[in-house]
Design a protein around this ligand. Structure first.
Ligand code: FCA
Length: 335
């Protein structure tokens, strides 16, 4: 856009600049008017989260509020990030926490400062093990998206003419994270419905939600089950499925022996689909991280400026992206 000067923030900047020469006091009042919010994510290096933060920042530029991007890879880092935000005058933050059980501690700190909190992707869990309904949340409808993964795998197995009796599944799990469990449960249910054998599903519990922890969890499973020639791979996200696919390659399986289907539709998948030859990473259910970032930032901004508390829980949907259609789906979802 060439008319950047017309964005509200720039106009505000202009107004502040003009006021500065007229009256320092007025300038102070006006610059204080610009709302500041934080956007804290558990994995700042992952494309999904980079895009979410970018989208929130972009919305802030359009609407005239500032987004401070912070990383919160563990509880300590999150609490320091909140202190940091408070000292900068931020009135609230959006967060994808590194551990959902940190919810009560995070809310405690935020409430001390009178800050408003919205969660994105991973929803806080209270001391009773239940979702903290009082904190507005936006995330994937995990079970349904998981079912899409299971269906995509089943259809591709059929297309390749695999006999379900002879196919193994590598299920990379993270049961401490409810959205992860919902996703792999949904995928499992859809696979079983399609005639997959339950006894052929092997678990690889990962410590974290990234590629290296998935790789570490997956490798021993392939070695132990060398009796299978065909494998399907699923997990809570594409980063983890990619860890499984890399482990299958290291073990010596060819791409046509593997069907991996992830979730997210981020730069990690685009890089894989852009490779010259196909890999065992067949597809991913893409969800708009752009929308997640924009919508949560907007919800928080409205809450701060209009006093309108956002909905308790918003669930978003996804679309299957493969090597054949990824560019179209990417465009459609504004990624
Ligand atoms: C979790 C996963 C991310 C993404 C997000 C929506 O936080 O770790 O990869 O899928 O949910």
């Amino acid at each position: 856009m060439s008319f950047t000067l017309s964005t509200p923030r720039k106009l505000l900047g202009l107004a502040v600049g003009m006021a500065l020469s007229a009256s320092p006091l007025l300038a102070q009042a006006q610059s204080d008017d610009e709302v500041k919010i934080g956007f804290i994510v558990k994995k700042p290096e992952q494309a999904w989260f980079i895009n979410e933060q970018d989208a929130a920042t972009q919305l802030g530029e359009e609407k005239g509020f500032e987004v401070v991007r912070l990383s919160g890879e563990d509880g300590q880092e999150v609490l320091s990030a909140i202190d940091n935000l408070h000292s900068q005058g931020a009135e609230g933050f959006v967060i994808c926490p590194p551990d959902v059980r940190l919810g009560p501690a995070i809310m405690n700190r935020a409430e001390q400062y009178g800050m408003k909190v919205v969660t994105v992707d991973d929803r806080f869990v209270g001391g009773d093990g239940e979702p903290m309904e009082e904190v507005p949340h936006l995330g994937m409808s995990g079970y349904k998206i998981g079912e899409q993964v299971g269906n995509a795998i089943a259809e591709e197995m059929e297309r390749r003419g695999w006999n379900p009796e002879e196919v193994a599944a590598l299920r990379i799990t993270n049961y401490e994270l409810p959205t992860a469990k919902e996703r792999t449960d949904g995928a499992t249910a859809a696979l079983l419905d399609s005639g997959f054998k339950e006894a052929n599903i092997f678990d690889a519990p990962q410590q974290n939600t990234d590629t290296s922890s998935a790789f570490a969890a997956a490798s021993p499973v392939f070695s132990k089950r060398s009796d299978f020639e065909h494998w399907v791979i699923y997990a809570l996200n594409e980063e983890s499925v990619l860890g499984g696919v890399r482990a299958s390659e290291q073990y010596g399986l060819d791409p046509d022996q593997v069907i991996g289907v992830g979730i997210n539709g981020s730069g990690a998948a685009f890089a894989e689909f852009s490779r010259e030859t196909p890999t065992g990473f067949y597809g991913t259910v893409a969800v708009s991280s752009t929308m997640h970032g924009r919508q949560t930032a907007d919800n928080l901004y409205q809450w701060i400026t209009e006093g309108e508390k956002p909905p308790a829980n918003t669930e978003t949907t996804g679309k299957l992206m493969t090597r054949d259609n990824w560019e179209d789906v990417r465009e459609e979802l504004g990624l």
